[in-house]
Design a protein around this ligand. Structure first.
Ligand code: ADP
Ligand code: 5GP
Length: 202
């Protein structure tokens, strides 16, 4: 059977990760998406269980103590965590799983690769410019405080870009989505992910 793997998408907030992930999933229904848990309040239009599992801090901490997360991180003042069970079951079933997580989460999963046995390919999405990044945060109707925190944190996040396998500039959304789709297509053909070699290679 083919081996499942993770596709970790990170970027400074507002660069367009969620938009890229949404478009990828619409294009390729076989992709699974890891719905994270967070203590952040929902934005307008966000649904519990679809965009995130919105939890109280107390509930988040309870799940963390029970080992229910593959990784957790404090991002922009809120807690975020990747539910472990979904990753283990879906990767065990040979699926490709998209994760929209920050640079700390990507680092934690890279480090735990040997113990979890789960492969991950990492993609960093870059905005075309600082000006565009700020414009997109405003477009999303983030509060002024949230825009400031996110822009300040973006500098630290960009410093981690060299740790990623691929960089994609999200200038035109359709082009960025084409590029990430090409990365996933290539990774599916990686011999170590169980490309079948037309049944000729034993
Ligand atoms: P992230 O998930 O990285 O925080 P979002 O996907 O929420 O970012 O995008 C931030 C805002 O920018 C949204 O309003 C989104 O519609 C818009 N956006 C994303 N990609 C593009 C693009 N290529 N061109 C124009 N606007 C974009
Ligand atoms: P937002 O609040 O804008 O949805 O996300 C803020 C940041 O948290 C983004 O960089 C997003 O990728 C990251 N994030 C979302 N879920 C998780 C998660 O489960 N783990 C980690 N480490 N980061 C996450």
């Amino acid at each position: 059977m083919r081996k499942g793997f993770l596709v970790i998408i990170s970027a400074p907030s507002g660069a367009g990760k969620s938009s890229v992930c949404r478009a990828l999933r619409a294009r390729d229904r076989s992709l699974r998406y890891s719905v994270s848990c967070t203590t952040r309040p929902p934005r307008p239009g966000e649904a519990d269980g679809k965009h995130y599992h919105f939890l109280t801090r107390r509930e988040f901490k309870r799940r963390e103590r029970r080992g229910e997360f593959l990784e957790t991180a404090l991002v922009h003042g809120n807690l975020y965590g990747t539910p472990r069970r979904f990753i283990v079951s879906e990767s065990g079933a040979g699926r490709v799983i998209l994760l929209d997580i920050d640079v700390q989460g990507a680092e934690a999963i890279r480090k735990r690769r040997k113990t979890t046995g789960v492969d991950a390919v990492t993609v960093f999405i870059l905005p075309p410019s600082w000006k565009t990044l700020e414009k997109r945060l405003r477009l999303r109707r983030d509060s002024l405080g949230s825009i400031k925190t996110r822009l300040a944190n973006a500098r630290g996040e960009l410093k981690k870009a060299p740790r990623y396998d691929y960089w994609v500039v999200n200038d035109r959304l359709d082009k960025a989505v084409d590029q990430v789709a090409a990365i996933i297509a290539a990774e599916r053909l990686r011999a170590s992910h169980g490309a079948d070699g037309a049944g000729l290679v034993k």
